[in-house]
Design a protein around this ligand. Structure first.
Ligand SMILES: [Ca+2]
Ligand SMILES: [Ca+2]
Ligand SMILES: [Ca+2]
Length: 310
């Protein structure tokens, strides 16, 4: 091999290395940590979570943590999934794990992905029945009175709602609000009291794929995928839209403009009765455009160099 052929290979490797980071990924299987079918998730240390950081009950704690457990019913992958089985309209449930200092490089763009399957949802119920967050603060993971988040995705009365920062920077508001029934075609939409569009039966997983640029504090992608093959790319809707970062809110004990923490949290509402599975949760860095541009430029330069040598 002539020396000049090594140049593009070297540049390609450097480009690839700068774009490659480790992922946080769990399917709630026994291989992912001490997840045990039929047992609570609370106290379980995921292999991918930093050190001994364990799943923590934020709400519905103590003896009620059995409602947040590992199920073998309808996993998206493998044989197990995380299930919140909320049977009371007087209690919220929230389980979170703190991923601060995880292997993911949170200073570079990253993708948050998870599957959700609402197995049942009954009345009485109000708004925001199922909730997902990444963020808040270490001292206030609940984000009391409007926490600060990297992302916030809610199931609200039949709708999937991805949240953004609201004008003024003190609260958040949906940037996407779309019907879950588009992705869960077997769901039954009913009217229950004053609440409409409530999914009441088993409907299969819906996978969310959210891309975040932590530097510009904006979304750069959002995709929803059903088990039946429906894929909706809402990137054009969310691209460049500010995350639910609420920079002026100090309600979580955060200073103005300080970054949220990295609490990965799943929640069911206080006055909601719901059984919901989560599976295939991952956070992974996305290749940086600059790195790929470098590869492309070096390839072009090498091509030009070779042409001239002929
Ligand atoms: Ca699984
Ligand atoms: Ca760990
Ligand atoms: Ca409840």
């Amino acid at each position: 091999m002539k020396a000049r052929h090594l140049i593009p290979l070297t540049v390609l490797l450097i480009g690839s290395m700068s774009a490659a980071h480790a992922d946080f990924s769990t399917g709630f299987e026994t291989t992912n940590g001490s997840y045990t079918a039929g047992s609570t998730i609370i106290g379980v240390d995921d292999n991918g979570a930093p050190g001994a950081n364990a799943w923590t009950a934020l709400l519905g704690g103590g003896t009620l943590s059995s409602a947040m457990g590992i199920t073998t019913t309808s996993p998206q992958s493998g044989t197990q999934a995380f299930q919140i089985n909320d049977t009371t309209n007087a209690q919220a449930y929230a389980g979170y794990v703190n991923l601060t200092s995880t292997v993911v490089n949170f200073t570079q763009p990253y993708k948050v992905k998870f599957g959700m399957n609402i197995l049942s949802l009954s009345s009485p119920t109000s708004n925001n029945q199922i909730q997902f967050y990444l963020g808040a603060s270490l001292t206030d993971p609940n984000g009391t009175a409007g926490g600060r988040y990297w992302t916030e995705l809610l199931y609200n009365n039949g709708k999937i709602e991805l949240y953004k920062n609201a004008a003024g920077g003190t609260s958040s508001t949906p940037v996407v609000s779309t019907s879950l029934s588009l992705y869960a075609p077997t769901a039954t939409l009913t009217t229950s009291g004053i609440f409409s569009n409530v999914v009441t039966n088993t409907n299969g997983y819906v996978t969310f794929d959210i891309t975040i640029d932590p530097v510009s504090k904006t979304y750069t992608g959002f995709q929803i995928t059903s088990t039946t093959g429906v894929v909706t790319d809402l990137t054009s809707t969310v691209n460049g839209v500010t995350l639910p970062w609420v920079p002026n809110s100090t309600s979580s004990g955060l200073l103005v403009n300080a970054d949220p923490a990295y609490n990965l949290m799943f929640v069911t509402g206080t006055d909601d009765i719901a059984t919901v599975n989560f599976d295939n949760v991952s956070i992974s860095n996305v290749p940086e455009p600059a790195a790929w541009a470098l590869v492309a430029i070096s390839a072009l330069a090498t091509f030009g160099y070779r042409c001239r040598r002929r």
